[in-house]
Design a protein around this ligand. Structure first.
Ligand SMILES: N#Cc1c(NC(=O)c2cc(S(=O)(=O)N3CCOCC3)c(Cl)cc2Cl)sc2c1CCN(Cc1ccc(-c3nn[nH]n3)cc1)C2
Length: 452
């Protein structure tokens, strides 16, 4: 990050005088104190816990300064709201570095399209992209402030949990290209109707720079929300850009598009991936990547494992899985999302929660406190798996019906996971919804393999 302490304080309108602090060049900005290293600045956020509690730990780990919403003894930059300061800082940093921003949103396919577009751009430019599910009002500023200093193209994924999310992200990022992959089904999102989802996604044009371009599906549900004075390219059959020939193989696709002469190949199946690849190729072409480089990048495609996604179990049940970034805030947020979605008719809502790792001696307390994020009216069955999660299992037994909580201690990993999977296979019905959340090291992904 190419920012000095005094510069950062000025940009976030610090309420205290920082001139006495040395004007250090700051290394990285982190809100998870476990990631702090020498020379970093700490960002206390109100997550599951108030991040201000972890300021001492951040300095133990080498932080040289922290943002703060209250006057403290440590070197600090006093602001009204740390989350807002984070966003103002990210917007400033984009201006300062003059990086070209490509913004991508959509119910499905945004992660794949983001990865494809980034790999195409990497053939020609220094490119950086959203990592994992860092696509919300915290993750996007984090991505901006963690991009390498010589980045030329930045591919930002924009997620929406609530109406207005994308407006904030787009006006912060000021993209030159805004891409909507597709408008998905509605019952698995807060919005209630596809039309509302479309309205929310089209906010991606709110920050589009003059002379920018919107790339969106031919789906007529978005026609009511199209911007007047921007270039618009629609994709889909017989649209501005479309697939001409498509040949499906077991693990690959070959296809041609109406805007490139080369036949393209991607090493993954699924017609929707051809559409995602076409959009990524079009982004590459607009950004001046040669058709040979576009072809080669798609042929050598390596996709990141999606982080937070809705999957279908082989029996038809809906699975919301986030088996990667496990910290108290992420667990609380995904429980809120999952519990807010209505049950399918006659369907059960089931959650599998596993240990969050590296939470130090506060681990029992941080796991136990997750009880306040669990609503017995909204969850029919709660599976708890691991060792550190035991305090939460004990607390859950007192607020849920006894047979609604099942605790699988992970003393011997293989047996516990097998027993948990067996129980799930006996319980999960086609109309059920299942949430899987826990640290990567808990290997909940093996449950996905067993269920899908
Ligand atoms: N609440 C909380 C905590 C964390 N939260 C987050 O990292 C976080 C995570 C998310 S997120 O939902 O994961 N998000 C990130 C951005 O992209 C989208 C997904 C968000 Cl939106 C916001 C926050 Cl604040 S990380 C973390 C916590 C609390 C405990 N911390 C470790 C720790 C444990 C013990 C001590 C300790 N100090 N003294 N004794 N013990 C210090 C730190 C680690």
């Amino acid at each position: 990050m190419n920012l000095t302490l005094h510069e950062l304080a000025r940009v976030v309108s610090a309420k205290n005088d920082v001139s006495a602090y040395p004007n250090l060049v700051l290394k990285n900005i982190e809100f998870d104190s476990r990631l702090i290293q020498d020379g970093d600045i700490f960002l206390p956020l109100k997550g599951a816990r108030d991040g201000h509690e972890f300021i001492p730990t951040a300095f133990d780990k080498g932080a040289v300064v922290t943002l703060s919403e209250k006057k403290i003894a440590f070197p600090h930059i006093l602001v009204t709201n740390t989350e807002q300061a984070f966003q103002v800082l990210a917007a400033y940093y984009l201006e300062k570095t003059k990086v070209d921003v490509i913004a991508i949103t959509g119910s499905n396919g945004k992660t794949t399209t983001k990865d494809m577009a980034a790999q195409i751009l990497e053939t020609t430019y220094k490119t950086y992209k959203t990592q994992g599910n860092y696509n919300n009002q915290i993750g996007l500023p984090y991505t901006v402030l963690h991009m390498p200093e010589d980045t030329q193209k930045l591919v930002l994924e924009m997620g929406q949990d609530h109406m207005g999310d994308i407006h904030l992200l787009s006006t912060l990022a000021k993209p030159k290209l805004a891409v909507i992959t597709l408008i998905g089904e509605s019952h698995l999102e807060f919005f209630g109707t596809r039309d509302k989802i479309a309205e929310g996604k089209l906010q991606i044009v709110d920050g589009l720079v003059p002379g920018g371009e919107l790339i969106a599906p031919a789906d007529k549900i978005i026609n009511a929300y199209l911007p007047e004075n921007q270039k618009i390219t629609r994709f889909g059959a017989d649209s501005d850009i479309h697939i001409v020939d498509l040949y499906e193989y077991k693990d690959a696709l070959r296809f041609t598009v109406n805007f490139l002469d080369e036949q393209l190949m991607i090493p993954i199946p699924g017609k929707f991936n051809a559409t995602n690849a076409m959009v990524a190729a079009y982004i590459g072409m607009l950004e001046g990547v040669s058709s040979e480089n576009i072809k080669r990048a798609l042929a050598d495609l390596v996709l990141t494992k999606n982080r937070v996604e809705w999957l279908k179990a082989s029996n038809g049940a809906d699975i919301l899985s986030d088996v990667y970034n496990a910290n108290p805030t992420a667990m609380r947020l995904i429980l809120e999302t999952f519990q807010t979605i209505d049950r399918n008719p006659d369907g059960k809502k089931i959650a599998v929660l596993a240990d969050m790792k590296e939470l130090g001696e506060q681990s029992p307390q941080l796991h136990r406190q997750m009880i306040t994020a669990l609503d017995p009216q909204k969850l029919d069955l709660l599976y708890l798996y691991g060792e550190e999660i035991e305090p939460l299992a004990a607390a859950a037994m007192t607020v849920f019906e006894p047979d609604a909580v099942k605790y699988f201690r992970k003393d011997n990993e293989k047996d516990a996971l097998d027993a948990l999977l067996k129980d799930l296979l006996n319980t999960l019905a086609p109309q059920d919804q299942l949430l899987l959340k826990g640290s990567n090291s808990m290997k909940l992904s093996t449950l996905i393999e067993g269920l899908c």
